[in-house]
Ligand binder design. Structure first.
Ligand SMILES: Nc1ncnc2c1ncn2[C@@H]1O[C@H](COP(=O)(O)OP(=O)(O)OP(=O)(O)O)[C@@H](O)[C@H]1O
Ligand SMILES: [Mg+2]
Length: 451
């Protein structure tokens, strides 16, 4: 049986390639060849290569340049360079740039076998360790899918905080899985037999939030027909997840802080002091530090809640997880035998997913409907994914050219967005944008004329 270890031999001389290939093939490795550095880079991009053995002296692209280029890709292939006696200096340089080792010509067969075996063994060990670690993490947090470094970090953070009672602020763009992380913290904490109570601070009308949080006594205000228990009481002994904490009205923040600090509360209209034992997790996709300087969020509350913060990275920073997420989604739907065009997965991996995992799930949901259970084809994809600039092989197709915006357009969009965000306040807009007030006036006037 072949070893799961893929070696790429790069040399412009066919004889050299042949003899190395035969040697390594006999040792059971999987071997590919490339006649120059450019072809090699292409192979590295298309295959998962574990080791590159490359000549230093080659026309077009020399071995050192190839080495540097490999280190710039996300391939983690080890590199061995082959040098003639005269370029031993080059070999020393190679080690400096991250080559694993070098061979001198003429070859010493035993030395080659040994060196390759050493790299094979150490890579195998790392891989086994990695798999073992991931297996453990996956078992512990079954809901969170992903093997990327980015997700791995998040899982490590969850592990760090799970056992303690510390408040955790989970940040990240919309749809990245913040709530999933909160659930995972709860599930792996000592409170996991007690309730996990999520509340979305943006979804409850402002005037009802106080009662939602702290409860009220019968007759405490018109409409308070019965006693109501707030979520602090309901989540007693468990975990309270305050989703979109940035939307919490400023007036209520002081009261929340008091309860969080003293672990005591009083229902609206009540006199009894109620003790609660709560762990608090919260999430936001806003920049709370900005909200603090804008006096929309209390700094003391922030520090109390964000004792530990976990940033869940956007999907575009962990594209390698996309195939897994797709599989997982299909599995959740009970679909096991659906065929997906491989190119389509590639397209999905190069799209930026502004709506993150939630957007991915929505697109898949739509694809399932459109493809009617048959093979999912490229034509089923939504336009925005097909039109991702990198997704046009020919580079500058007409469509892509039409889509690419001029700098001026982007500037206009950015200025108008900021202007709206600053609620039409020109002084503030100019400050935020770092431009003079006069310049802003001039630009706004121009846009007005254009419209
Ligand atoms: N790593 C992941 N593995 C599996 N499913 C995921 C992952 N991340 C997110 N999801 C799924 O994506 C959807 C959105 O996740 P979630 O609601 O946790 O995001 P969010 O960050 O809280 O979003 P919002 O900011 O809009 O509240 C959910 O259906 C969730 O199950
Ligand atoms: Mg959420």
């Amino acid at each position: 049986m072949k070893k799961a270890f893929h070696i790429l031999i790069v040399d412009d001389e066919a004889d050299m390639r042949d003899s190395l290939r035969d040697l390594l093939n006999n040792e059971g490795y999987q071997v590919s060849e490339a006649a120059n550095g450019i072809l090699a880079l292409q192979k590295i991009r298309e295959n998962s290569i574990d080791l590159i053995i490359s000549d230093i002296l080659m026309p077009e692209m020399d071995g050192l340049t190839l080495l540097k280029k490999v280190k710039e890709t996300d391939s983690d292939a080890a590199v061995i360079l082959i040098t003639g006696y005269s370029s031993i200096q080059g070999a020393i340089e190679a080690i400096k740039f991250g080559a694993e080792d070098y061979f001198t010509k003429p070859f010493n067969v035993i030395e080659i076998k040994k060196t390759v075996e050493r790299i094979y063994n150490s890579r195998n060990l790392i891989r086994k360790n990695e798999m073992f670690k991931q297996e453990i993490l996956r078992k512990e947090f079954p809901g969170i899918i992903g093997r990327s470094e980015a997700i791995h970090n998040v899982l490590e953070h969850i592990k760090n905080v799970a056992d303690s009672n510390v408040s955790v602020l989970i940040t990240g763009e919309s749809g990245v899985g913040k709530e999933l992380v909160a659930q995972a913290i709860h599930k792996s904490s000592l409170r996991n037999k007690e309730p996990f109570i999520p509340i979305n601070c943006a979804a409850v009308p402002k005037d009802l939030l106080e009662s939602e949080f702290f409860g009220h006594e019968k007759g405490s205000f018109s409409g308070a027909i019965n006693r109501k228990y707030g979520i602090f009481e309901i989540a007693h002994k468990g975990t309270l997840f305050l989703d979109e904490i940035g939307e919490m009205p400023f007036e209520l923040q002081a009261k929340l802080l008091r309860t969080v600090e003293t672990k005591q509360l009083r229902r609206i209209g009540g006199s009894e002091i109620i003790e609660v034992d709560i762990r608090i997790l919260c999430s936001t996709n806003r920049d709370l530090k900005q909200d603090i300087s804008d006096k929309k969020f209390r700094e003391d509350l922030y520090f109390r809640l964000a004792t530990y913060t976990i940033l869940v990275p956007p999907l575009r920073e962990r594209r390698n997880d996309i195939p897994l997420l797709i599989n997982n989604f299909l599995k959740k739907k009970g679909i096991l035998d659906l065929k997906i065009n491989e190119n389509l997965i590639n397209l999905m991996m190069s799209y930026d997913w502004p709506g993150n995992v939630r957007e991915l799930e929505n697109v898949l949901e739509r694809l399932l409907i459109i493809s009617k259970g048959k093979m999912i084809e490229l034509k089923h994809l939504p336009q925005e994914i097909l039109e991702t600039p990198e997704n046009n092989d020919s580079g500058f197709t007409e469509k892509a050219a039409n889509r690419i915006k001029s700098l001026e357009e982007i500037e206009k969009e950015h200025i108008m967005k900021t202007f709206n965000r600053c609620e039409g306040n020109k002084v503030k807009t100019a400050q935020v944008l770092g431009i003079g007030l006069k310049t802003l006036y001039r630009k706004l006037e121009k846009y007005q004329k254009e419209n």
